[in-house]
Design a protein around this ligand. Structure first.
Ligand SMILES: Nc1ncnc2c1ncn2[C@@H]1O[C@H](COP(=O)(O)OP(=O)(O)OP(=O)(O)O)[C@@H](O)[C@H]1O
Length: 584
């Protein structure tokens, strides 16, 4: 419990006052319930003896009352108990909802504020699982904590009340509880172990399902092979077994508690009967109090068991928050004017310490200029793009904007001026307009249409029945691959960027679409810096200079004619392209 509380306490934040109110309410509810139980027992005994006056109160604090008054007090106590229990149910629900909302906000802002290297290393689907499963379980754990605390307070109140009624009976109760706790500990530990296995498996299973959705098209094309199916069924089994054990233990432990507690109650009554000290009314009150206290002990145990089940999810949330917060993206402090030059100054870069994938890269591009980056697979082209986009930071040297180290510049104005079109651009679920605007509320409809015209996709959009209100999705069937790429190009152009970085923008396009995209880029070029990663020479027709990257270094840089003289790699690619064109 203490360990779980240690993990939970950072999430509670402003809930300390609510916890204090909860404990105070539980004490009052416990006293009301104990007084009510003692009164019920006393009324029952008085009725059986035919007495007209009834002793009202708890232990030594008792006075005589007439039958109607005693019934009235009992009814009042019952109503008060009902009200208090409603309040006791409402407080944890409110705390849990607050924790749910707070954790989601904290996770979202720390994730979005963390560096790209942390985000890029996350397995697909992990963040979704954290947000949906782990956060919900953690919020549920708050209810378990509250239920455990309430039950503990009520249990203590019942025990004290039982002591006031009969010392022998209450003493038997305390001994019983300790014995029970020790006897059932191995089962509780087993439950905790299984819960940990289950939570790990659940996260992995959810991530695997996420992957299936993400790669649905490939799976459809390749067919779900036997080993693919077997892998999935194995995962289903891996979740089934711990699920069964956890559910069994979670149900068995409280049930065992109950049976053992009833047995102990019989023994406690035997002890009272042997000591021969109790009056009928006191004996009846002790029995009622003992039964209720065992119920609360069982509730405490159930709350602990549920908390054990959920503790691993809380650990995951806490670990993720720590990871994201300890790796924030670095921001600069300086403002940025309209970008006129961008480049790298002796940049080296490594994903893993000591394993440089870029070495000593130096170049500069000016506004109105387009530079192409070519090189064999794995040479470092995408890594250069990631550094230019400030997704990662150089291990040596600097990315320079207008001569300044880009790290000194604030990210907000930087992002407004630098746009990116990845090789596999994604549409979001929403209208064509939403897709081009892409959460930039300052762009008006005129900007969106202008960008669509520039990307040569406007005419197609207006030919659709819903035009700019056509709904498209991530795997949008409404648009072709070429249209999707041009919609994403419109998205990139809509903010009128000063720098446009494109990772092989035409590789997935047919000749006509390629020509349209080339025309769009040609029209936009005079006002911006264009950086184009290219696998095909046709993409480079726009480029003033081409940079050949081989094994993490710039092996040559210059015009097409220069490179045909200087670069073996470029010559080879050129020859292959020529041969292919001759064949066609
Ligand atoms: N996230 C990463 N973690 C570790 N190493 C990486 C990571 N991404 C890329 N690399 C390595 O860095 C090197 C350069 O990769 P990069 O993706 O920049 O090459 P590329 O020229 O863009 O290749 P391609 O043309 O195949 O896309 C490769 O050796 C690659 O294995």
């Amino acid at each position: 419990m203490r360990r779980a509380w240690g993990r939970l306490s950072p999430f509670f934040g402003g809930a300390r006052k609510q916890i204090a109110v909860l404990i105070a309410l539980a004490v009052i509810a416990g006293l009301v319930e104990a007084a009510l139980l003692a009164l019920i027992a006393t009324i029952a005994a008085a009725l059986s003896e035919g007495a007209d006056t009834i002793s009202v109160g708890l232990g030594p604090w008792a006075g005589d009352a007439s039958r109607p008054l005693a019934f009235g007090i009992a009814a009042g106590l019952a109503l008060a108990r009902a009200g208090l229990h409603l309040w006791l149910a409402h407080l944890p629900a409110r705390m849990s909802a607050q924790v749910l909302a707070r954790l989601r906000s904290q996770l979202f802002s720390s994730f979005t504020g963390s560096s790209w290297s942390v985000k890029a290393d996350e397995r697909e689907g992990r963040f979704q699982t954290l947000m949906n499963v782990a956060v919900r379980e953690s919020a549920q754990a708050v209810i378990n904590v509250a239920a455990g605390m309430t039950a503990a307070v009520m249990f203590t109140t019942m025990v004290v009340a039982a002591f006031l009624q009969s010392v022998v009976g209450a003493a038997s109760l305390v001994v019983t509880s300790v014995v029970l706790y020790i006897a059932l500990r191995p089962l509780s530990r087993g439950l905790r172990r299984q819960a940990q296995v289950l939570s790990r498996e659940v996260v992995e299973f959810t991530e695997a399902v996420q992957e299936i959705v993400a790669s649905a098209e490939e799976v459809e094309a390749f067919g779900a092979t036997d080993s693919y199916r077997a892998g999935f069924h194995r995962r289903v089994e891996e979740v089934r077994r711990p699920h069964e054990r956890t559910r069994f233990l979670a149900a068995a432990v409280p049930g065992l508690y109950q049976s053992a507690a009833l047995l102990m109650l019989v023994l406690a009554l035997a002890a009272i009967s042997v000591s021969g000290t109790a009056r009928l009314a006191a004996l009846a009150a002790v029995v009622l109090l003992l039964i209720r206290s065992f119920t609360y002990a069982q509730q405490m145990q159930a709350a602990l068991a549920s908390l054990d089940e959920r503790a691993p999810f809380m650990d995951q949330v806490a670990d993720a928050l720590t990871l994201y917060r300890t790796h924030p993206y670095q921001d600069g402090t300086e403002d940025l004017g309209s970008i006129t030059t961008l480049g790298m100054d002796r940049v080296s870069f490594a994903y893993r310490p000591g394993r440089d994938v870029l070495r000593d890269i130096t170049f500069e591009v000016s506004r109105g200029e387009a530079i192409g980056i070519v090189g064999p697979s794995g040479a470092g082209k995408s890594s250069i793009v990631q550094l230019l986009l400030r997704l990662r930071e150089p291990t040596a040297g600097a990315v320079r904007v207008d001569g300044r180290d880009v790290r000194r510049v604030r990210r907000e104005p930087w992002r407004e001026q630098v746009a990116y079109l990845p090789q596999h651009s994604q549409l979001i679920w929403g209208t064509v307009r939403d897709n081009i605007r892409f959460h930039r509320e300052w762009l008006d409809d005129g900007d969106i249409v202008a960008a669509a015209r520039l990307a040569h996709v406007h005419d197609e959009i207006v030919s659709w029945p819903q035009g700019y209100d056509t709904v498209v999705g991530q795997r949008a069937s409404a648009v072709s691959g070429g249209q999707r790429q041009r919609l994403c190009l419109a998205r990139a152009l809509a903010g009128r960027p000063r720098v446009l970085i494109l990772d092989e923008p035409t590789s997935a396009l047919d000749v006509r679409s390629e020509e349209l995209v080339q025309a769009s880029l040609g029209a936009a070029k005079p006002d911006m810096i264009l950086v184009l990663v290219a696998h095909r020479l046709s993409t480079l027709s726009l480029c003033d200079r081409i940079m050949v990257v081989v094994d993490g270094r710039i092996s040559a840089i210059g015009s097409r004619a220069d490179l045909l003289e200087q670069s073996d790699f470029f010559r080879q690619v050129n020859e292959i392209t020529q041969r292919a064109q001759d064949r066609d």
